[in-house]
Design a protein around this ligand. Structure first.
Ligand SMILES: [Zn+2]
Length: 70
C-alpha cells in the first residue's frame, strides 16, 4: 500500500486527452488496472479530480468483484 500524495500546483493530469490540473499522484501500475489510459513517462502518474474519482470507482469495482469470487 502506498500513501496518496498531494500534487504540486502546475502538474497536469496524465490521462491521455485530459488537460486538467492533477490533484493526486499514483503509481502507474495502480492506474493500469483501472482501465484508464495514461500517457507520459516515469513510475508516477497524475490524476485530476475527475479521473481520480473514476479511478477510485474502477478499482472499487474490481476489488468487490474479486471478493465476490470467494
Ligand atoms: Zn484527467
Amino acid at each position: 500500500m502506498f500513501a496518496l500524495g498531494r500534487v504540486d500546483k502546475g502538474v497536469n493530469c496524465s490521462v491521455v486527452g485530459c488537460a486538467n490540473k492533477a490533484v493526486r499522484s499514483l503509481s502507474r501500475s495502480d492506474i493500469g488496472s483501472s482501465g484508464l489510459s495514461v500517457g507520459g513517462e516515469g513510475r508516477r502518474a497524475y490524476l485530476c479530480h475527475d479521473h481520480y474519482k473514476a479511478w477510485k470507482k474502477a478499482t472499487k469495482n474490481s476489488r468487490s468483484l474479486e471478493r465476490s469470487r470467494w
